[in-house]
Ligand binder design. Structure first.
Ligand code: AMP
Ligand code: ZN
Length: 113
């Protein structure tokens, strides 16, 4: 989608550090990491948020499965990790292309604050 930051990253017009990719999803390092490991997993197809993405359960599952693969590749599968989808203003969502945050490699804080 024209003007979408993450479509630009998927298309290669905007640089990123890839961690995992397949025909449906692309995973890359967050530019402003909130943990020692902070990777974003995005569907190649543009969906505004996870709610829109949930209309395609197969693609949603591909994003989750890729997140698990990222956790394995980043060596945090056994130590533990957190999946986050921010939706809407109260969650401080900033990018309008559905993305799964994968966070770990350290003791994470409790959330909700
Ligand atoms: P959210 O607040 O859930 O919309 O998350 C958007 C995330 O995208 C934030 O964690 C940003 O740090 C990250 N981000 C923004 N621009 C880039 C970029 N060019 N490359 C990688 N991550 C980015
Ligand atoms: Zn997009």
């Amino acid at each position: 989608m024209s003007g979408c930051l993450f479509c630009g990253i998927i298309g290669g017009e905007i640089p990123s550090t890839v961690v995992y990719e397949d025909d449906r999803v692309y995973a890359f390092r967050d530019i402003n990491p909130q943990a020692k490991v902070h990777v974003l997993v995005v569907p190649r197809e543009h969906h505004e948020d996870v709610e829109a993405l949930s209309a395609n359960p197969t693609l949603l599952a591909a994003v989750i499965t890729a997140g698990v693969e990222v956790a394995k590749r980043e060596g945090i599968h056994d130590s533990g990790y957190r999946f986050v989808f921010n939706t809407g203003d109260d969650a401080c969502r900033t990018v309008f292309h559905a993305h799964l945050h994968v966070l770990g490699a350290q003791q994470l804080s409790t959330f909700g604050h």
